[in-house]
Design a protein around this ligand. Structure first.
Ligand SMILES: Nc1ncnc2c1ncn2[C@@H]1O[C@H](COP(=O)(O)OP(=O)(O)OP(=O)(O)O)[C@@H](O)[C@H]1O
Length: 362
């Protein structure tokens, strides 16, 4: 199965159970922070005005969203938009000012210390940008560390760690120290350590931003592969649009603490919610993100018969290639059924921006 198929499938899976459910979440830093969300006048102030009047910064402002089981949920935005604060609030590494957070229906804000520790150790593991590896321990022992904290016996945790080390492509390096590894390899150890505890959800805080572009691409592919193989729920912070588009089933685009748009990559690129988002996605090659599900139209008579067949999640780029190669209108086929067709004009409409994702005006 291709990554685009997985994405299309996840994008239409609104009925999946929820892992995180966040409502009206605020995190305000500064004096008398609690007053800001409670006072409609203060809550409505622009960031600079709020700082001037109260000395407070609203890092997260009235944010609501759900993370569904099995999806890659990306939190994207420029530096200072509130991404890290938001994701740290999910497991209360940062204490929210107001609002509600539930994991599998359980209220996170009323968890006691023991339950919170369990949440962070077993259910929602974080992969940090700076790896957080223990320099004097081997790769294997670094990966086993989370299991050690959980109280798993030495033999069992080393065997589990070896399994995960192999899964992230570090076989043969088990006995090296972190200092003997490249940046990309160290990040793999960080990833393996988070995976070893078999968490329900993996939280990534800009894990690849310190890596050079080629290694970064490698790691992105690793995440796509792991997600495809395991279907694990992931929340992924990035300030990099192409990373967000590549990895995300859905993307929450943040600005000044608010989510300005939440949607699939195709919705964000094809139907930006406002001028800010439009400007953000202006240079994205639409044909790489938009799918034939958006481009297709009903077949006219026997149109498309004998033409190439594409899955609904295939990109417009793949369709252009197929149509150009065969010189025929392509069929969009799912479970043996023809959903529609795409020809030159339909594909050009998407590239030119005159065709928006279904259900949204262009
Ligand atoms: N402990 C703190 N005290 C006061 N203000 C803070 C604190 N932590 C974060 N902020 C402010 O909250 C806002 C959001 O910060 P946050 O780190 O969440 O943004 P970010 O989108 O993750 O940025 P980056 O991509 O640079 O990490 C910023 O204005 C930041 O200065």
């Amino acid at each position: 199965m291709k990554a685009s198929d997985t994405k299309a499938e996840a994008a239409t899976s609104a009925g999946r159970p929820l892992v995180f459910s966040v409502r009206n979440l605020w995190k305000v830093f500064g004096p008398k922070a609690g007053k800001v969300p409670a006072d409609p006048e203060l809550a409505a102030l622009a960031p600079a005005e709020l700082r001037e009047r109260t000395g407070c910064t609203a890092a997260v402002r009235d944010v609501s969203f759900d993370v569904r089981k099995g999806e890659v949920f990306v939190v994207m935005g420029l530096s200072g938009s509130g991404k890290s604060t938001l994701v740290r609030c999910l497991t209360r590494l940062i204490e929210p000012t107001s609002g509600s957070i539930a994991i599998d229906g359980e209220d996170v804000l009323s968890m006691d210390t023991t339950r919170l520790r369990e949440l962070r150790r077993h259910r929602a593991s974080m992969v940090f940008q700076h790896f957080g590896l223990l320099p004097h321990r081997s790769v294997l022992d670094n990966v086993a560390y989370g299991l050690e904290i959980q109280g798993m016996g030495r033999a069992a945790r080393r065997s589990r760690a070896a399994e995960v080390v192999a899964k992230v492509g570090l076989e043969g390096m088990e006995h090296r120290r972190p200092g003997q590894l490249s940046g990309g390899q160290q990040q793999r150890v960080g990833l393996a350590r988070a995976l070893a505890v078999d968490p329900e959800v993996l939280l990534f805080d800009e894990p690849f931003s310190a890596l050079d572009p080629l290694i970064r691409r490698d790691m992105q592919e690793e995440v796509v592969r792991l997600h495809r193989e395991e279907g694990r729920t992931m929340v992924f912070i990035t300030h990099d649009l192409s990373e967000a588009l590549k990895l995300g089933d859905r993307i929450a685009l943040m600005r000044d603490g608010r989510i300005v748009q939440l949607g699939t990559p195709e919705e964000i690129v094809g139907a930006p919610a406002d001028d800010y988002v439009r400007d953000f996605v202006r240079d994205v090659p639409r044909e790489q993100v938009m799918t034939v599900r958006t481009a297709m139209r009903p077949a006219d008579g026997d149109e498309g018969e004998g033409g190439p067949a594409l899955a609904p999640g295939a990109t417009v780029f793949e369709a252009i290639e197929a149509v150009a190669r065969t010189g025929r209108t392509a069929r969009v086929v799912e479970d043996g059924r023809c959903l529609g067709v795409v020809g030159h004009a339909d594909l050009l409409g998407v590239v030119a921006g005159t065709t928006a994702p279904k259900g949204v005006a262009a």
